[in-house]
Design a protein around this ligand. Structure first.
Ligand SMILES: Cc1cc2nc3c(=O)[nH]c(=O)nc-3n(C[C@H](O)[C@H](O)[C@H](O)COP(=O)(O)O)c2cc1C
Length: 356
C-alpha cells in the first residue's frame, strides 16, 4: 500500500515522498529577486521533509507581472538569487521546481513597470490589482491592454522557453508551466478571454498551451516539465466556457507536445467539475478522476486536502503526488506534525504578512 511518505520519481525528479508544496505567491521579492528570507522560508519546508517544493509564480518578463514584489526568472541575476534557494532546498534533501508565469492582463501598467498588459484578445478581466490604490485610495481595476500579435505570441513562447533554461541554471530540478487560474496561458485556453479568429483561437485555443509546453520541453526535457491547469478556478472568477471540449483539446495537445506530468488545480479536490457530455458521462466526476481517465501520465492533485483525504488519494492511486498550499504556509513543520499525529495550525490570511 502506497502512503504519503513513500518516495516517487516524478518524471526523472526523485522525490523522497509524495508531499508537495503548492505554488504560493508571497510578494516578498523586491526587484524580482528572492531575498535571504525567501531562502530560509523554502529551506524550512525542505528541512521539515517536504518532498517537492513548487516555487511561487515566477515571472518570465516584467510585462507578465500582476503583483508587486514577485520574483522573476528572466535575468541572470535572478538565477543567481534563486540558486541560493535551490542549494538550501537540496542541502535539506528536498527537490524544487520553478513555476514559470505570465499573468496576461490580470495586471496594470503599475505592476508591469509601465508596460502595456497583453492578452489574447484584450478583454479586461473582472477585478482589481492586488495591493495597489489610485490617488483617491480606490482599488485599481485590471487594464484591458493589448491583444497580442502573431509575432508577439511567438516572442512570449520563446520567453517561456528561455525562462525554463534559466530555471535549470538556477539549480531547479524542473519547471511547472503556470497554465491555470485565468493568467495568460489560461486566457488563451478559455473562450471567455480568447475571441481570436486566427490559428490561436476557436478550435485552436489550446495551441498556445501546446506550443509553450513544446518549447519548454525542447529546452529542458519532458521528464522535468509539469503543466498546471484549472478548468474552474480563476482569479477573474471566470471558469472555462465549453469546459468538456476544452478539457479534451488541452489534454490531447499537452500529450502531443510531450508532456507527461499534469497538475490539476481546483480549490476543492473532491468538487464535481465536469458536467455530463458525450465523452465524460459522469456528472459527478471530480477533476482528478477525469484526469486519471483521460491522462496516461503522472498527476499532481491539490485543493483543500486534509492529511487523511490526501493519504487516501495516494493509497487509491487517484494521483501520484498531493500538494498543499495554505497548510504549508501555516505549518512550516507540516511533515513533523503529520508524522507525530499533532494537529495542524489553521491558515489565516494574516500569515501572509510575514515569511515564517
Ligand atoms: C497566498 C496564496 C498564493 C498562491 N499563489 C499561487 C501561485 O503563485 N501559483 C499558483 O498556481 N497557485 C497559487 N495559489 C493556489 C495554491 O497553489 C493552491 O492551489 C490553493 O491554495 C489550493 O490549495 P490548498 O487548499 O492546499 O491551499 C496560491 C494560493 C494562496 C493561498
Amino acid at each position: 500500500m502506497t502512503d504519503l511518505f513513500d518516495p516517487v520519481v516524478l518524471g526523472s525528479i526523485e522525490c523522497r515522498n509524495r508531499i508537495a508544496m503548492a505554488p504560493c505567491t508571497r510578494c516578498m521579492s523586491p526587484d524580482f529577486l528572492p531575498t535571504a528570507n525567501v531562502v530560509e522560508y523554502y529551506r524550512r519546508r525542505a528541512a521539515d521533509g517536504v518532498g517537492l517544493l513548487i516555487s511561487e509564480g515566477t515571472v518570465i518578463t516584467p510585462r507578465g507581472s500582476g503583483y508587486l514584489d514577485v520574483p522573476g526568472i528572466f535575468d541572470p541575476s535572478q538565477a543567481k538569487a534563486w540558486k541560493r534557494v535551490t542549494n538550501a532546498v537540496h542541502d535539506e534533501g528536498g527537490r524544487m521546481i520553478c513555476q514559470i508565469w505570465h499573468v496576461g492582463n490580470v495586471a496594470h501598467r503599475r505592476t508591469t513597470g509601465g508596460l502595456t498588459p497583453e492578452s489574447p484578445s484584450g478583454i479586461a478581466p473582472e477585478g482589481h490589482v492586488s495591493r495597489i490604490v489610485n490617488d483617491d485610495g480606490q482599488p485599481v481595476p485590471f487594464e484591458a491592454g493589448e491583444a497580442m500579435t502573431e509575432a508577439r505570441i511567438h516572442e512570449v513562447i520563446d520567453l517561456f522557453r528561455s525562462a525554463a533554461g534559466r530555471a535549470m541554471e538556477a539549480g531547479f530540478d524542473g519547471v511547472e508551466i503556470h497554465g491555470a487560474h485565468g493568467y495568460l496561458i489560461d486566457q488563451f485556453t478559455n473562450l471567455a478571454f480568447n475571441h481570436r479568429t486566427d490559428e490561436w483561437g476557436g478550435i485552436h485555443r489550446t495551441r498556445f498551451a501546446r506550443e509553450v509546453t513544446h518549447s519548454v520541453i525542447g529546452e529542458i526535457g519532458s521528464d522535468r516539465t509539469v503543466f498546471r491547469f484549472s478548468p474552474l478556478m480563476s482569479v477573474a472568477n471566470q471558469p472555462w466556457l465549453e469546459a468538456e471540449s476544452t478539457f479534451e483539446l488541452l489534454l490531447t495537445d499537452l500529450w502531443e507536445a510531450g508532456l507527461r506530468i499534469l497538475h490539476a488545480s481546483n480549490l476543492d479536490y473532491d468538487q464535481p467539475i465536469l458536467r455530463s457530455g458525450p465523452e465524460i458521462a459522469d456528472p459527478d466526476l471530480p477533476l482528478h478522476r477525469a484526469c486519471r481517465q483521460h491522462w496516461s501520465g503522472q498527476l499532481i492533485g491539490v485543493g483543500s486536502l486534509d492529511p487523511s483525504r490526501a493519504a487516501r488519494a495516494i493509497e487509491d492511486h487517484e494521483v501520484d503526488v498531493v500538494a498543499f498550499g495554505r497548510s504549508l504556509i501555516a505549518n512550516p513543520d507540516f511533515c513533523h506534525r503529520l508524522r507525530s499525529g499533532l494537529p495542524l495550525r489553521d491558515y489565516d490570511p494574516q500569515m501572509l504578512a510575514t515569511l515564517d
